[in-house]
Design a protein around this ligand. Structure first.
Ligand SMILES: C[S@@+](CC[C@H](N)C(=O)[O-])C[C@H]1O[C@@H](n2cnc3c(N)ncnc32)[C@H](O)[C@@H]1O
Length: 217
């Protein structure tokens, strides 16, 4: 049986999943993440979930092809609505916009359990997601970046600790990222360029842009 080799974004998401955890992959689409994690032996089982029947069917076929139907269950679910708290330990929400990820988390009361490990990979508006997380009592335990298909992405490992705090534009942009490796520097430069463009129409952003430049200098 050919093993699925994850790259880039999904590979970093897989790295943040805890060994031996029961995983829910929200918005699974092809199901590659739970398949690779079960094949590698890192996790025993998973729920592969999607709100749309067509991607879920493609996940189901891929899971069956790899002989993993007894370990990975497919489930039609809008966000976490059809999943019970005691079914999973780790939750991956990858490949969606930051606003949608925040909405999915906000719609689920049981994610406010410090034992749950949330792995979030926003395709856009990571700043909106980070602001929402901080203002709603979640903390970022670890954050990294990857270069994948000619774009930079960030992945974060998040958990609820009940400490709500305000989050300004600078913090919402950088989260826990530090300019220590090529991908993080690339991602932070992408944020800086976006902020610089916004600064043209909104001069109040100047201090944020300067702070970001300092961080990257
Ligand atoms: C671009 S794909 C990402 C697939 C995979 N997670 C990845 O990162 O490569 C986004 C998937 O999220 C699903 N999706 C969108 N909104 C959702 C929601 N509210 N709940 C569950 N799945 C959702 C879509 O149907 C689609 O299959």
């Amino acid at each position: 049986m050919k093993l699925l080799n994850l790259k880039g974004r999904l590979s970093l998401c897989a790295e943040y999943v805890r060994e031996g955890s029961r995983l829910a992959d929200i918005g699974t689409d092809h199901g590659y993440l739970p398949i690779a994690l079960c094949q590698s032996g890192k996790i025993p089982s998973a729920l592969a979930c999607d709100v749309n029947p067509l991607p879920l069917e493609s996940a189901r076929k891929n899971i069956a092809e790899k002989g993993l139907s007894d370990r990975i269950q497919t489930r039609l679910s809008d966000g976490l609505k059809e999943i019970a708290a005691d079914e999973v330990d780790d939750i991956v929400i990858a490949g969606m916009g930051g606003e949608l990820i925040a909405q999915i988390l906000g719609d689920c009361e049981w994610v406010k359990d410090g034992e749950k490990n949330l792995i979030l990979q926003p395709m856009t508006r990571h700043d909106v997601l980070i602001k929402w997380l901080y203002e709603n009592g979640f903390c970022i335990e670890k954050q990294g970046a990857v270069y994948d298909a000619k774009k930079y992405y960030t992945v974060m490992r998040v958990r609820y600790n009940g400490v709500r705090r305000e989050c300004g534009i600078f913090e919402a942009n950088i989260g826990k990222l530090t300019p220590d490796d090529e991908a993080s520097i690339g991602f932070l430069n992408k944020c800086l360029n976006k902020l610089k463009k916004q600064e043209n129409g909104d001069p109040s952003l100047a201090p944020v842009v300067r702070k970001m430049e300092e961080l990257l200098s």
